[in-house]
Ligand binder design. Structure first.
Ligand SMILES: [Zn+2]
Length: 137
């Protein structure tokens, strides 16, 4: 049983590792501009710093998840957004290398249908659903 759990853990991290590597690249840039990092529930959270603040102000997004790396504006905002962002971590574990293309295609598909590429994206809807369940608790 312990071996099975260990292998499952290795597989989830390994399968998501291409997306996590992309996240680590962006995390490095944020860390160079004053961000800080911490380990939360098996995920590296990187927040704060000049670059993160600039990206939040220009893009309007408060956080971004790439594999087992979550990037965000501040530790407080990552704490608030954790249920949503950790759904994206689970999605990256399920989809592995295909996560980023699948996410972008899901957004494109909604946009082509006249819907919102972000809010109507199936990956986001799953994350928003988990967020609202968490806020009820
Ligand atoms: Zn999201």
């Amino acid at each position: 049983m312990v071996l099975n759990s260990f292998l499952n853990h290795i597989f989830r991290y390994g399968w998501a590792s291409p997306t996590t590597l992309l996240g680590l690249l962006f995390a490095s840039l944020l860390l160079l501009t004053g961000a800080s990092a911490r380990w939360v529930d098996g995920v590296i959270e990187v927040a704060g710093g000049w670059l993160a603040q600039t990206l939040v102000q220009t893009s309007g997004f408060a956080a971004l998840t790439l594999g087992h790396v979550v990037l965000g504006c501040s530790a407080e905002c990552l704490q608030r957004l954790r249920p949503h962002e950790h759904v994206h971590v689970r999605q990256a574990e399920r989809w592995g290398l295909l996560f980023v293309p699948a996410y972008l295609l899901a957004g494109l598909w909604q946009w082509l249908r006249g819907r919102h590429a972000y809010y109507d994206n199936l990956f986001e809807q799953e994350a928003f659903a988990a967020e609202s369940v968490e806020s009820v608790r």
